[in-house]
Ligand binder design. Structure first.
Ligand code: NAP
Length: 269
């Protein structure tokens, strides 16, 4: 089902979701309106065929409203929405890290229809990993829209426990950046050893895609998949020895814990 979607913040994540959903046919550009402060991003929205809104009050005409600004902007936006929207008319979908459903309810009203989503940037290529959770008042039609919208931009899983979102933020919300970092290092190593950069990037990207597909499709444990590549005395084993001697597992583990803790501490109520 295609709905009228109003978008507040057409930045990296807002545009990734909207453009991915339009590409997937679960959203129509003509039925999507954007309220955005950055002139550059306004131009990008217009180029994508979306309507530009000049006032938050115009969101009154939309069925669902996607909140896609930085978390610190959300409380003041909610206060303005509370003032300019008819209570209970719209359904809100927020992707802001660290802001709990209760914050939306306390600012918009206890019966507000709110869906909290943690997507990732791969929505831009319809490969996002998203989780979502609804407030009590969300209707069947809202649920169907969220499900089709998020499945259009990748994989989407409904969760029952909101506290999981902090952990998920540190794993799959931030996750693409961890892989981009590893890929960047792999490309640099290839280039320094004489491979043209575009060839190195192509090979590394395809390797990441292939490893991801194997991890998703195979029932083997990940340590067994590592063993399948690292034959004794071989090149992979040599690389893994260097990585482990420098503590790579602990570094990555601690980094992800830091991201999770940051999400828990974010408090913009
Ligand atoms: N990036 C990710 O990979 C990712 C992943 C999962 C979740 N998220 C969540 O997605 C949200 C957006 O992140 P992002 O990375 O897309 O940020 P972003 O690129 O900075 O996009 C936010 C956009 O909103 C605009 N904006 C700021 N205040 C506004 C207001 N009051 N009304 C309308 N537009 C406003 C910003 O304009 P200015 O630049 O002029 O301020 C910017 O263009 C965050 O809450 C984040 O937690 C992001």
């Amino acid at each position: 089902m295609v709905r009228k979607l109003g978008v507040i913040g057409y930045g990296k994540m807002g545009s990734a979701l909207v453009n991915g959903a339009i590409k997937a046919g679960v959203l129509s550009a003509e039925m999507t309106g954007v309220y955005e402060l950055s002139p550059e991003r306004q131009v990008a929205a217009q180029k994508a065929g979306l309507s530009l809104l000049s006032d938050l009050g115009e969101l009154q005409n939309y069925d669902s409203i996607l909140l896609a600004t930085k978390p610190k902007e959300i409380p003041k936006i909610l206060d303005r929405l509370k003032w300019c929207m008819v209570e209970g008319k719209a359904h809100y979908i927020s992707i802001a890290a660290g802001i709990k459903i209760n914050t939306y309810l306390s600012r918009l009203g206890q019966n507000a229809r709110v869906t909290r989503v943690m997507p990732n940037i791969a929505a831009s290529v319809n490969q996002a990993a998203s989780v979502y959770i609804h407030s009590k008042a969300v209707t069947k039609a809202d649920r169907e829209f969220v499900s089709s919208f998020l499945k259009g931009v990748g994989m989407a899983i409904s969760i029952e426990e909101e506290s999981l979102i902090d952990t998920i933020t540190g794993i799959s919300g931030s996750g693409p950046a961890y892989f981009f970092l590893l890929m960047d290092i792999m490309v640099k190593a290839g280039v320094d050893a004489g491979i043209p950069e575009d060839l190195a990037r192509t090979l590394v990207s395809q390797t990441c895609l292939g490893a991801g597909s194997m991890a998703r499709e195979s029932s083997d444990r990940l340590v067994d998949l590592i063993r399948a590549v690292a034959s004794p005395g071989g090149t992979t084993e040599e690389a893994l020895k260097v990585m482990e001697s420098r503590g790579i597992s602990k570094i990555i583990y601690d980094a992800i814990v830091a991201a999770i803790e940051k999400s828990k501490k974010m408090n913009y109520s």
